[in-house]
Design a protein around this ligand. Structure first.
Ligand SMILES: NC(=O)c1ccc[n+]([C@@H]2O[C@H](COP(=O)([O-])OP(=O)(O)OC[C@H]3O[C@@H](n4cnc5c(N)ncnc54)[C@H](OP(=O)(O)O)[C@@H]3O)[C@@H](O)[C@H]2O)c1
Length: 227
């Protein structure tokens, strides 16, 4: 039987690479993003939508009515530097990175619970445990993202539904801005890690692991008041 996935925010970067990987593995894939998908494949169906739009939940419901999905992956994400003189973009970052994901779970999870199986994978970041003066909305939205998926994983495990929160360090896409990108991994490597997560279904998956002590050290320095 052909497995079916829905990927949100897959027109570029990690989502695009993962879509190609799933198609190579023989999955049937539905994708959702604001832009067109750059490749055509008979097992792929793309839908233009913005997760911030009021009708996003209805669009998802309509797509899910066409048949149940075994897997949902949420990639949609944006990040902007804080401009304290114009903070109008701040709420929009939460809308895409956090609220869009919560709306996606609300559309997808009940069907999985009814069937007693399914896997939700959200792409978070190691930024989820750091305070940031440069991009506080990105970091805070990822903190909420990781916390929500951790709780959801606990709630859904007894129902047969798996939830995986993937916490990446730097991945080589247009999202990875800035000069300092220690231990940045290729999109292909990130996709290998995601494929591993589909097989093993961990609740939380942090990579690269070498970043973990660095993040802990940075947190400690922040606590001690050093920048
Ligand atoms: N790259 C990194 O270093 C890194 C590290 C840790 C975590 N992450 C996370 O990984 C995820 C994917 O990031 P990426 O690096 O692959 O970034 P990317 O190349 O910029 O891709 C982001 C994707 O999100 C979609 N998207 C953005 N806003 C959307 C909206 N309003 N509605 C629907 N889709 C939307 C974009 O498609 P459209 O523009 O076509 O809508 C695009 O396909 C993000 O959640 C990011 O926070 C990335």
């Amino acid at each position: 039987m052909q497995l079916k996935a829905i990927l949100i925010g897959n027109s570029d970067g990690i989502g695009l690479a993962m879509t190609k990987r799933l198609l190579t593995l023989g999955w049937n894939v539905i994708g959702v993003s604001r832009s067109e998908f750059p490749i055509t494949d008979s097992a792929y169906d793309h839908h233009i939508a913005d997760v911030r739009d009021d009708n996003y939940p209805e669009i998802l419901a309509e797509l899910l009515q066409r048949g149940p999905v075994d897997l949902c992956m949420y990639f949609a994400g944006i990040g902007e530097l804080l401009d304290p003189l114009d903070m109008s973009a701040e709420a929009g970052i939460f809308d895409v990175n956090l609220t869009g994901m919560v709306k996606t779970t609300a559309a997808v999870i009940p069907g999985m619970v009814k069937r007693g199986r399914g896997h939700f994978v959200g792409i978070s970041s190691l930024a989820d445990e750091l305070l940031s003066a440069e991009a506080p909305s990105y970091h805070a939205s990822k903190a909420g993202f990781s916390n929500y998926l951790g709780g959801l994983a606990l709630a859904l495990k007894p129902k047969g539904v798996s939830v995986t929160n993937v916490r990446f360090g730097f991945v080589d896409t247009k999202m990875a801005k800035g000069d300092m990108k220690p231990f940045m991994m290729s999109v292909e490597k990130a996709t290998d890690h995601l494929e591993y997560c589909l097989r093993k279904k961990p609740v939380c998956y942090t990579v690269p692991r070498v970043m973990i002590p660095l993040i802990k050290f940075r947190k400690l320095m922040m606590k001690l008041g050093a920048k």
